[in-house]
Structures are given as structure tokens and as C-alpha cells.
Design a protein around this ligand. Structure first.
Ligand code: 13P
Length: 251
């Protein structure tokens, strides 16, 4: 059995004060031993405060991105070592917004994934197709290309050290989610790829769905055989909604 993993991607939302209010509420909701891995990915500015607010609680912290280089002249960027120092255990790599708005290509995403693992951080590798690519029948070939670029050369000995998130671009922030059957089909294809590449270890790697997941539709995705969790944007900004979505992962 794969343990569900539900992650909140806050994107560029919340001041420190708002983050504090969120964590106070979340801590009243989450039991001592939840049956699901919870990951909160706040903006960098709230990571350290989050680490302190959640100390001793079974809630992981993730960065929304980070540079793979150790240090250097990268104005405005932050390194994997730095986000680790701030308490991150996970890192979102290759989110479609980073690919589209900040020009991140498959090579950079691959370096982020590899370097995350070298730092002992769990990469959440985001892959997904545009509507045009889906409508022209190329959804899987696009996603396969993204997966192969990031993971093709990787050595994987621990399935818990990697998460793959299938996030169709047309479903992100649009309120139009994929159909659960689409999510299942793509997650199953991703899993077949992982098994072909990593053998039985690939069978245990968790695959999330992301794109307009909310408290009303979460169960329909999280009930799919190959969908092991969700990567949630807008609906994760409210702690009650996020916790409801996480609960849907355990049925
Ligand atoms: P929404 O849940 O707002 O569609 O965002 C999904 C996403 O991009 C998570 O990384």
C-alpha cells in the first residue's frame, strides 16, 4: 500500500500574519498521527515561521522551487541548501507555472530533481500537458518526455524519496478539473513508466493529481487506484478545506 500524500501549494499567497493564522487553525484539525502525509509549500518568506509553528507536528514543509546550484550569482533565487535550512523536506520541481512563466526547461528541472535528492529533499516532480496537446492526442507523449528527462538517468533506491505530480495545465487554477478517469489513466501510465525504469521500487513511488482539486471533488480523484494524493493550489489556502481534501485521501 502506498501512503497517501497531499500537498498544499500556496503559490504567491499569504503574509506572515496570514500564515500564522493558518497554522494555528490547521494544528487544531490535524491529529497526532494522521493517516496521510501532509506537505505545506508556503512562499519562501513563510518557511521559517512555518517550521517554528509546526515544530513537533507530523506536517512536512516544502519549497515551491529552488536552484540546484550550491551558491552563486543568481539574483533573486534561493538554493536547495537554503530551503532545507529553513525546514523544507520537499521541493516542487518543474511546476508548469515555473516552466511557462520563468522559462524552466526539462534540463533545469532534471537538475533540480537530482540535486534535491542529493540534499536529502524529496522532489515533487510536476508534469502535465496543455489543452492543445491533449486535444491533439499527445498528452501522454508530452508527459512521458517530461518524466523521462527528469528521471531517465536517476538512481532510485527509496520510493519515498520521490513524488510525481500529474498536473494537466488546462486544469490548473481554472476551476475545470480533469475527469477522474483521465487522472487515473495518466497516473497509471506514469506508474508503468516508473516500474519499467525502477522495477518494484517504481511500484511504490507516489503519484499525485493536481488541478482544481477541492473538497467536493477530492474523493473522486483520491479514490483512483493509481492516484496516491493531490497537489492542491487554490483550495489549500483555507486550512479547513485543505484538511477536508486530505481526509478524502484516507476514505
Ligand atoms: P489549483 O488547485 O489552484 O488548480 O492549482 C493546482 C496547482 O498548480 C498545484 O500545484
Amino acid at each position: 500500500m502506498r501512503r497517501p500524500i497531499v500537498a498544499a501549494n500556496w503559490k504567491m499567497h499569504k503574509t506572515l500574519g496570514e500564515a500564522d493564522t493558518y497554522f494555528r487553525r490547521l494544528m487544531t484539525l490535524v491529529p497526532e498521527v494522521p493517516e496521510v502525509d501532509l506537505v505545506i509549500c508556503p512562499p519562501y518568506t513563510a518557511l521559517h515561521a512555518a517550521q517554528r509553528a509546526l515544530a513537533g507536528r507530523p506536517i512536512y514543509l516544502g519549497a515551491q522551487s529552488a536552484r540546484p546550484e550550491r551558491e552563486g550569482a543568481f539574483t533573486g533565487e534561493i538554493s536547495l541548501a537554503q530551503v532545507k535550512e529553513l525546514g523544507a523536506t520537499h521541493v516542487i520541481c518543474g511546476h508548469s507555472e515555473r516552466r511557462a512563466l520563468f522559462g524552466e526547461d526539462d534540463q533545469l528541472v532534471a537538475r533540480k530533481v537530482w540535486s534535491s535528492m542529493e540534499h536529502g529533499l524529496v522532489p515533487i516532480l510536476c508534469v502535465g500537458e496543455t489543452l492543445e496537446q491533449r486535444e491533439s492526442g499527445n498528452a501522454w507523449s508530452v508527459v512521458e518526455g517530461q518524466i523521462a528527462a527528469a528521471l531517465g538517468e536517476l538512481e532510485l533506491s527509496d520510493p519515498a524519496s520521490l513524488v510525481v505530480a500529474y498536473e494537466p495545465i488546462w486544469a490548473i487554477g481554472t476551476g475545470v478539473s480533469a475527469q477522474p478517469t483521465d487522472a487515473q489513466e495518466m497516473a497509471a501510465r506514469a506508474r508503468r513508466w516508473l516500474v519499467a525504469r525502477f522495477g518494484t521500487i517504481g511500484q511504490q513511488v507516489r503519484v499525485q493529481y493536481g488541478g482544481s482539486v477541492n473538497r467536493d471533488n477530492a474523493a473522486s480523484f483520491l479514490g483512483c487506484d493509481d492516484v496516491d494524493g493531490a497537489l492542491v493550489g487554490g483550495a489549500s489556502l483555507d486550512p479547513d478545506n485543505f484538511w477536508k481534501i486530505a481526509q478524502a485521501a484516507v476514505g
